[in-house]
Design a protein around this ligand. Structure first.
Ligand code: THU
Length: 130
């Protein structure tokens, strides 16, 4: 699976976004060490605070299928902006590895890649509590 395919998976997942409040649709796709792909879209809630981002839905799909070895995550919003993960999602991605590649894409397939450790410097991890 190459990067363009992973971005396409995120674009497809974005179609399922449930975003009646913000109208802002987001799609995400993770690829694991086994080369399996898990996707997510944002799922909003009338309480607003109950909303969950596409990135976390994709990671929860992987983890709930028994896969925690995440290599990369691709994210898309729209045609004009590279999709950056929010702060909560940065922490959530970091949980599964400082070396995870974050592919911040536009709908036209352009992208930038950074390690999650670059997006979340000095990230908090379980080492302190284990
Ligand atoms: N959202 C995501 O799904 N991922 C992000 O990284 C940023 C924000 C969603 C949450 C909400 O449904 C909408 O985008 C507007 O914030």
């Amino acid at each position: 699976m190459n990067i363009n395919n992973l971005i396409n998976e995120a674009i497809n997942a974005r179609e399922n976004a449930y975003a009646p409040y913000s109208k802002f649709k987001v799609g995400a796709a993770v690829i694991t060490q086994n080369d399996n792909v898990y996707t997510g879209c944002n799922v909003e809630n009338a309480s607003y605070g109950g909303t969950i981002c596409a990135e976390r839905v994709a990671i929860c799909n992987a983890v709930s299928s028994g896969e925690r070895s995440i290599k990369a995550i691709a994210i898309v919003y729209d045609e004009n902006n590279f999709a950056v993960p929010c702060g909560i999602c940065r922490q959530f991605i970091y949980e599964f590895g400082a070396e995870i590649d974050v592919i911040m894409a536009k709908m036209n397939g352009e992208y930038k890649i950074k390690k999650i450790s670059e997006l979340l410097p000095d990230g908090f991890n379980g080492d302190l509590i284990n």
